[in-house]
Design a protein. Structure first.
Length: 277
């Protein structure tokens, strides 16, 4: 025969334990639904939190790398635009050389041609000295180690370099000492010097253009990696709204039932006291 006990209400203890578990489950579902995340703290899923935070670091790195690549493109576009103007000036200088090589010109004519050439060469150097990007000199050869290094990935080794040359008329273009006026032979020599400068400017523009195209693909790849990694991170840490909504509805019903059972368990002890009346 079972014992009737007043001191220990086993039914009430069990009902209270059930109510506590139900309330905890309901609070978890409410937190997940309000935050949209399955993992809100390490207690929810310690391993999952570690994985999601590692993914978050990569995602942020990819985002910044994409911004770096866009900035690099802007810098390179500024370089290319300035060199394009220098290229146009060099073409005019070559015309001057061809004109000066003809003996149809008088000494006064060659003096005038030399004056124009001097002015255009000075403009080439001004473009080299004054072309900047975010207050950085980009054409005068002053960058450390003659290279710009662009960080285009989340890790330390994800870099791309561009070699900078001095685009001044007395720099790598090497046209400062050329003289167009003295004789026809000097003018022909001048044409050769300008041809070399035109070739160098063209090579620089070609290199810059190729790098800008490469950065287009780099940014597209970074965007793709961000998208896929974000999806993977979401599968790890995001809440399943359908499942959590269903669990919330279930726990709300269970909460009402457990509280009702707790009240009945507490009331049942009153029936024992009726034996003494």
């Amino acid at each position: 025969m079972g014992m009737l006990s007043i001191n220990t209400n086993v039914g009430a203890l069990r009902a209270a334990d059930a109510a506590y578990s139900v309330n905890k489950s309901m609070e978890t579902s409410m937190q997940r639904l309000s935050s949209g995340k399955r993992i809100n703290s390490a207690i929810d899923d310690a391993a999952g939190l570690q994985i999601s935070q590692r993914m978050e670091a990569e995602i942020r790195g990819f985002h910044q790398a994409a911004r770096n690549a866009a900035d690099a493109q802007s810098m390179l576009a500024t370089m290319e635009g300035a060199i394009a103007e220098q290229h146009n000036i060099l073409q005019r200088l070559r015309e001057i050389g061809v004109q000066a090589a003809s003996d149809t010109n008088t000494d006064a004519d060659r003096d005038a041609l030399q004056s124009e050439a001097d002015a255009l060469e000075a403009e080439i150097s001004r473009i080299s000295d004054d072309t900047t990007w975010a207050e950085i000199q980009i054409l005068d050869g002053s960058v450390a180690n003659d290279q710009f290094t662009f960080h285009i990935g989340p890790d330390a080794s994800d870099t791309l370099t561009h070699t900078q040359i001095d685009m001044g008329h007395d720099g790598d273009l090497n046209i400062a000492n050329a003289n167009v006026v003295t004789t026809r032979a000097a003018a022909n020599t001048y044409i050769g010097v300008i041809d070399n400068a035109i070739s160098l400017a063209g090579t620089q523009r070609e290199t810059i253009g190729a790098m800008m195209n490469r950065l287009d693909y780099t940014m597209a790849n970074l965007t793709n990696m961000v998208t896929n990694l974000s999806l993977a991170k979401g599968r790890v840490e995001d809440a399943d709204f359908a499942a959590e909504s269903a669990n919330l509805a279930r726990t709300q019903v269970l909460q009402q039932a457990s509280m009702s059972m707790l009240a009945q368990a507490n009331a049942s002890k009153q029936n024992i006291l009726a034996l003494f009346q």
